[in-house]
Ligand binder design. Structure first.
Ligand code: AMP
Length: 548
């Protein structure tokens, strides 16, 4: 027997319709590329999202076409979030920190039809445009009078001219299957070429509900939320969608992520909750300590993407009275998996015991199930000691990558249920708090962004003097991890540290170039000839990264 309830597909357009009807005056504040502060509202975002929708309809791009963005966090990006996905086209947020060649590869793989970019990225777009034949529409996110006359980009139009030619009157957002693709994000968090998570309207809306729950990110209409986490990195952890659902104020930092700018924004816009990776908070805390500053409105900060150091939790909590929500997730998980909010009994624990809990990555948000397994796939106990591969399942976790790249990623249990292997190694305690102890995937995360060890090794191996190269991550106080490359030279060949580092120039993004080269006689190999990076890391336990 079927239930007799209204059946409405879960669509992203419903979020912006709701935000406009119920929170039209809710503020949307953005620091722009030009440096000034722009003030908008949910009502205005909704009106301009309708103009975006009509502008896209006018291009004739078919349903499901990919519309890419290369943009900072800001109001125009937010309008594209709703305008593009709302019409059934797929919003593809590109990571501007990638090397131009990596971007070209991704744009071609995604077969993007249109690309909208902030003016900061004009030189980057000029460098890649000719190599992106699928892109037929280039849009600069600026006023018409800021458009460069001779950009060299065919048919380049300004965003304001593009949407300005279309009405913001009522628009009949199309209704379609809620499982249709809404947006996509590539990740190099696994080996090989980048792969994309292709989110659906349904997964995005369920995630928006789950993330907003009080024990998750706890978003409410009374909040002023600052997503420092980029809108090109897993949709700023889904915050734009949860924000539209609850109608809170949103504050966007644009390109200015330094401590001073972020602090000023928090104070001026009375931010109550901010979200970002540890590197950003390191810069903010450094600025505050140097200038003896305090927060007057900030209550919570969500820290994730990399493990949050204990000193950071203490500084926020003890010095500034701000609660840290340590969170864990992945691009493949939309991204939220766990958040570390205490259970009732734990609030009675002494502060040092509470800190031990807060350092964990947290407990599962409803909608996500998780388990740890041994090498044979057998589930391990939740005793806080046994550690194993962390597997997850739920309606906002990928079933496969875009275009089926990499085959079926899931591991199936005895009931035939598919679990996604996260590449993280973890413990789970009897209260259900998960703690990451290691990473089984061969990647390095620096300042919240991935560096593929394989790419770093392949470049070194292309040098004529290199016989073998292993890239490993080393702890870094600001960037969390930095790569170094450990090299065995070919017999009789010679290359210096400086020569090898210079060899990386132009072959990868600058921040993906290793910090150091360590020459060794041999790299430890396993029985199958695979490099034993754990052993290598142990061998280099006394190594210190160069400080400059
Ligand atoms: P991404 O797909 O770029 O969001 O990266 C997801 C990966 O980042 C996870 O699989 C973890 O390896 C790592 N990660 C994310 N959050 C945390 C955290 N709170 N602590 C430790 N590692 C984290």
């Amino acid at each position: 027997m079927l239930g007799q309830m209204q059946s409405q597909p879960l669509l992203i357009s419903a979020l912006i319709v709701h935000a406009e009807r119920h929170h039209a005056s809710g503020e949307i504040i953005s620091r722009r590329v030009e440096g000034d502060i722009h003030r908008s509202s949910w009502g205005q975002v909704a009106r301009r999202a309708r103009q975006v929708a009509r502008a896209i309809d006018a291009t004739g791009l078919p349903f499901g076409s990919r519309v890419a963005t290369l943009a900072w966090n800001g109001y125009r990006h937010l309008e594209l979030y709703f305008g593009v996905s709302g019409t059934g086209r797929v919003l593809h947020t590109l990571n501007p920190r990638l090397h131009p060649e990596q971007l070209v590869w991704i744009v071609n793989h995604a077969e993007d039809s249109a690309l909208c970019f902030d003016m900061t990225f004009l030189p980057l777009v000029q460098a890649v445009a000719a190599k992106c034949p699928t892109v037929k529409h280039w849009v600069a996110l600026c006023d018409a009078d800021k458009l460069p006359a001779d950009s060299g980009i065919p048919g380049l139009t300004s965003y304001e001219a593009w949407i300005g030619g279309h009405s913001d009157a009522a628009y009949n957002w199309p209704e379609f299957d809620e499982n249709s693709a809404s947006s996509m994000c590539y990740t190099s968090g696994t080996t090989g070429n980048p792969k994309a998570a292709l989110y659906s309207h349904r997964s995005t809306l369920l995630h928006a509900y789950g993330a907003a729950l009080p024990d998750a990110l706890g978003c409410s209409a009374r909040d002023s939320i600052l997503p420092v986490v980029p809108m090109f990195h897993v949709n700023a952890w889904g915050l734009p969608y949860s924000a539209a659902a609850v109608g809170c104020k949103l504050v966007f930092p644009g390109p200015a992520l330094d401590g001073k700018s972020v602090y000023e924004l928090i104070e001026n816009e009375k931010v109550t909750m901010a979200a970002g990776v540890p590197t950003v908070w390191q810069m903010l805390l450094g600025h505050m300590q140097q200038n003896n500053l305090r927060f007057s409105t900030l209550k919570r900060t969500v820290i994730g993407g990399s493990a949050c150091p204990p000193a950071m939790i203490n500084a926020f909590n003890d010095t500034y009275g701000v609660e840290v929500l340590h969170a864990w997730g992945m691009t493949e998980m939309s991204p939220l998996g766990t958040v570390c909010t205490l259970k009732n009994a734990q609030t009675q624990l002494p502060p040092e015991e509470q800190l031990k809990v807060r350092l964990k990555q947290g407990r599962a948000v409803y909608g996500v199930d998780m388990k740890i397994v041994d090498d044979e796939g057998r589930e391990l106990p939740w005793d806080g000691k046994s550690f194993g591969d962390l597997l997850v399942r739920g309606p906002w976790i990928i079933a496969s990558y875009y275009k089926g790249e990499g085959g079926d990623p899931l591991r199936y249990d005895e009931h035939g249920k598919g679990w996604f292997p996260t590449g993280d190694v973890a413990t789970i305690d009897p209260d259900g708090f998960m703690q990451i102890t290691d990473r089984s995937k061969d990647v390095i995360k620096s300042g919240g962004e991935w560096i593929s060890s394989i790419d770093v090794e392949n470049i070194a191996m292309a040098h004529p003097a290199v016989a073998m190269a292993a890239c490993i991550g080393m702890k870094h106080p600001k960037w969390d991890e930095r790569p170094i490359v450990v090299v065995v030279k070919k017999p009789g060949a010679s290359v210096t540290r400086e020569e090898l580092l210079a060899f990386y120039e132009g072959k990868t993004a600058k921040w993906q170039i290793p910090d150091d080269v360590v020459f060794v006689d041999a790299i430890p190999l396993g029985a199958t000839g695979k490099m034993q990076k754990m052993t290598l890391r142990q061998q280099l336990k006394d190594y210190a990264l160069p400080t400059a």
